[in-house]
Design a protein around this ligand. Structure first.
Ligand SMILES: Nc1ncnc2c1ncn2[C@@H]1O[C@H](COP(=O)(O)OP(=O)(O)OP(=O)(O)O)[C@@H](O)[C@H]1O
Length: 239
């Protein structure tokens, strides 16, 4: 299974994605990294069909860009950046708002994120991190072959963040998994492939093993050192 992307996108007259092209495969977790405002979330929304870019988004040759949203939902599920829940639904009801769920897929998804026992609780009672897990469960219950996640660990403590990254690592066996990550340590530890955006352009792509401190220094404008340890590579940085 292979997702091929080549997109440009403007908000009004402002071009924020300039011919960003890459491929992502099942079996590999692709992390999109880069500075604030680089266009990472916009790229994910273009692939998810929330924004309509110029270019192409194809899964095994099937055009996802020009599909209607309901049809696209069979292929792609999207986990947005966590915001705040606004309406008083139970966790279970909220997960059932996705498209193409089944009773079994909702149960499995809630078990995977550890919220099955709380399924009758209101989403309004959740912490930011718990709500993030519910958003992930909704995407999992939908069961698309591509899962897109926008900063899936941003509100999570270290334990929950590692659990989610382990879950994504498992998911890559059956799906194309693409996550926007700000945490470089998580990206280096869990991703196989990296796509680096800056100023709406792809500035680097490759396997995690090929990344050097020099590349990150150029991208982020800070001094960077890699420290290899028992649990992988840590990124130390300084102005
Ligand atoms: N709805 C919008 N209307 C106009 N401009 C927007 C809109 N959303 C984002 N932008 C602009 O597009 C550019 C890319 O934004 P985007 O959110 O994709 O970046 P990002 O890499 O995800 O940033 P961050 O890491 O800060 O979340 C930014 O300059 C941003 O100001």
């Amino acid at each position: 299974m292979i997702l091929r992307v080549n997109v440009s996108f403007s908000y009004g007259k402002r071009k924020v994605l300039k011919g960003v092209s890459f491929e992502a495969r099942r079996g590999s977790l692709l992390a999109i990294i880069g500075p604030n405002g680089a266009g990472k979330s916009t790229l994910l929304k273009c692939i998810a069909g929330i924004l309509r870019p110029d270019g192409k988004v194809e899964l095994d040759g099937v055009d996802l860009l020009h599909m209607n949203p309901r049809e696209r939902a069979r292929f792609v599920s999207y986990v947005p950046q966590a915001s705040v829940p606004e309406f008083n639904f139970t966790i279970e009801e909220f997960v059932e708002m996705g498209t193409y769920f089944t009773e079994g897929s909702v149960r499995n998804a809630l078990r995977k994120v550890g919220l099955w026992d709380r399924r009758k609780d209101s989403v309004l009672s959740l912490s930011g991190g718990e709500y993030q897990l519910v958003l992930l469960a909704r995407a999992l219950a939908q069961g698309g072959r591509v899962i897109l996640l926008d900063e899936p660990t941003s509100h999570l403590d270290v334990n929950h963040a590692l659990r989610i990254m382990e879950l994504l690592r498992e998911l890559r066996e059956e799906k194309v998994v693409i996550a926007v990550l700000h945490d470089l340590n998580l990206a280096l530890r869990y991703a196989n492939e990296l796509l680096i955006l800056k100023g709406g352009e792809k500035v680097w792509e490759g396997s995690v093993g090929a990344l050097s401190p020099k590349i990150l220094e150029e991208v982020y404008g800070v001094k960077v050192e890699f420290v290899r340890g028992r649990f992988g590579t840590a990124v130390l940085s300084s102005l």
